[in-house]
Design a protein around this ligand. Structure first.
Ligand code: BES
Ligand code: MN
Ligand code: ZN
Length: 516
């Protein structure tokens, strides 16, 4: 990953491949052109104060996502200036918001792939800004090329990896290298981004290389490294324990299911959070097979488990004063002679019976068992994360996740946590009347209900498997988990690491005694 430093150096004397500056859209009231953001004063001076005009001549407007490259002014050691758009300039005296900085830093890091060192001269007023820029750089520089150009011999090996190497080093100008708050902000950004990028790697890894057993082994190794207690239930243990949901979903696959429990504990903890992740390493739909065109990206169906895994490890690395238990419900959903059939009834870990009407509604089945298992420890709150329904994508689009909960205040708290870290999210209801559609003639409940409001139906199903009196929220990340379009901001193509930062923020709030 990109190496980060805080630097007090002045831009002209800096040896680097490029200097990154910010350019914003002039506030509407002024109706002016682009404006140079604070942090770039030295560059502007070297252009005799004409930098805004130069940028405008080059076509820059300051819009978010925009990159304008220009030769560095005479006297600068770095040859190149990269101006990134920050969006509309904040009102008088207000600072740029963290998410604008994070995105701009991400865009710049991506544009600088292949470079060794860049100096970031973006507006930076405090340690939190430094943390946001650092996070943007580390997340934006991400690339997944483990499967490219690595042939042991032949032409591919000679050509090397297809893409350009990620930016190797970033110096944040204006940061205070000896200031505790700045150092802590960079450490936090590094821990969160490293774990988030690892979640992206897991999501992007093809399903022939990441089955439940392989995922569990990776979790086990990481837990060991970070002093997290880990327990893996394999098929034998799941059978013994009566985990009918996880076993039923995994029944058709040659790779057996797993339930992984990660326990991070702090001696100073006053709160206990449980995070539960859907970990379908591949969702073919099972006997209710998905049609062509709907399964090409279904390696992403373990994004919830990847997010939970990353968040627990990040909480441990940050030494948060909260107990966090992560549950990874891992299975591969495949059709075969041993697969669960539409019409089968499963006896779940909670004891409830479920009539499986559609084997493609498998996420709620593995989550039901994991939610019940998590409930047995009576945590203060449970948050599950899942690429659960196509319906949630239709409702909220591909960048926003839905939040459902059995407690209005907690749903709001989760939404606020998401906003604080720059993850678009929106509260969704759990309308009671939709429960009726899941009534089964044979079992306690069916795994499908009305088509309309399918994301909410899934949420209502999950609610039945949360222990009495336990506060619970459900994040349906089907939209934002996997980016099928081009990269934007600090979000790459493919696995995004959606919900990781929201979960980490919740753990931080609980650690600070600010969550419920
Ligand atoms: N993993 C899918 C949901 C999904 C779809 C995630 C697209 C990401 C992108 C889930 O298991 C599923 O198949 N859900 C069904 C439920 C239906 C059968 C009730 C769906 O949404 O169509
Ligand atoms: Mn499915
Ligand atoms: Zn699925």
């Amino acid at each position: 990953m990109t190496a980060l430093t805080l630097s007090t150096a002045a831009a002209p004397g800096l040896r680097a491949d490029a200097i990154v500056i910010g350019v914003a859209k002039g506030a509407a009231s002024k109706a002016s052109g682009p404006v140079v953001a604070p942090g770039a004063e030295a560059v502007d001076q070297a252009y005799d104060g004409r930098l805004a005009g130069v940028l405008e001549t080059l076509g820059a407007s300051g819009a978010e996502g925009e990159v304008t490259k220009l030769p560095a002014p005479a006297g600068f050691k770095a040859p190149l200036v990269v101006a990134v758009g920050l969006g509309t300039q904040p009102e008088k005296d207000a600072a740029y918001d963290a998410e604008a900085l994070r995105r701009a830093a991400g865009v710049a890091a991506r544009a600088l792939a292949g470079s060794k060192k860049a100096a970031f001269a973006l507006p930076l007023t405090d340690a939190a800004d430094a943390g946001a820029i650092a996070e943007g750089v580390l997340l934006g520089a991400y690339s997944f090329d483990a499967y490219k150009g690595n042939a042991p011999s032949g032409a591919a090996a000679k050509d090397g990896k297809n893409g350009r190497a990620p930016l190797a080093e970033a110096a944040l100008l204006g940061g205070k290298p000896r200031d505790k708050a700045y150092k802590a902000a960079l450490e936090r950004a590094t821990a969160v981004a490293e774990e988030l990028n690892r979640a992206r790697d897991l999501i992007n890894t093809p399903p022939n290389d990441l089955n439940p057993e392989a995922f569990a082994a990776i979790a086990q190794a990481a837990a060991k490294e970070h002093g997290i207690k880990v327990q893996v239930l394999d098929e034998k243990a799941l059978t013994k324990g009566g985990y009918g949901g996880i076993l039923g979903v995994g029944a058709g696959s040659a790779s057996g299911p797993r339930l992984v429990k990660l326990s991070y504990t702090s001696s100073k903890a006053k709160r206990h959070l449980a995070f539960v992740g859907k970990g379908i390493t591949y969702d073919s739909g099972g006997i209710s097979l998905k049609p062509a065109g709907h399964n090409e990206t279904m390696k992403c169906d373990m994004s919830g488990a990847a997010a939970v895994f990353a968040a627990v490890v990040a909480a441990a690395r940050l030494g948060l004063e909260v107990n966090v238990t992560g549950w990874l419900a891992l299975a591969e959903n495949m059709p075969s002679g041993s697969a669960t059939r539409p019409g089968d009834v499963l006896r779940m870990y909670s004891g409830k019976t479920v009539e499986v009407l559609n084997t493609d509604a498998e996420g709620r089945l593995v989550l039901a068992d994991a939610l019940w298992a998590a409930s047995q420890e009576k945590p203060d709150a449970i948050v599950d994360v899942a690429t659960l329904t196509g319906a949630m994508m239709l409702a909220l689009g591909s960048r926003t996740f839905g939040i459902m909960a059995n407690d209005d205040a907690f749903r709001t708290a989760v939404h606020e946590a998401a906003e604080q870290v720059g993850e678009p999210a929106w509260p969704m209801p759990l309308p009671e009347h939709l429960r009726k559609g899941m009534e089964s003639a044979t079992a306690d409940i069916a795994n499908m209900g009305e088509r309309m409001g399918g994301g909410l139906v899934a949420g209502l199903f999950l609610r039945e498997f949360v222990g009495e009196g336990i506060t619970w929220a459900h994040l349906d990340i089907a939209g934002p988990a996997f980016n099928e379009g081009g990269p934007f901001g600090y979000t790459p193509k493919g696995g995004t690491g959606s919900a990781v930062r929201t979960l980490v923020r919740l753990a931080e709030l609980a650690s600070a005694g600010e969550l419920g």
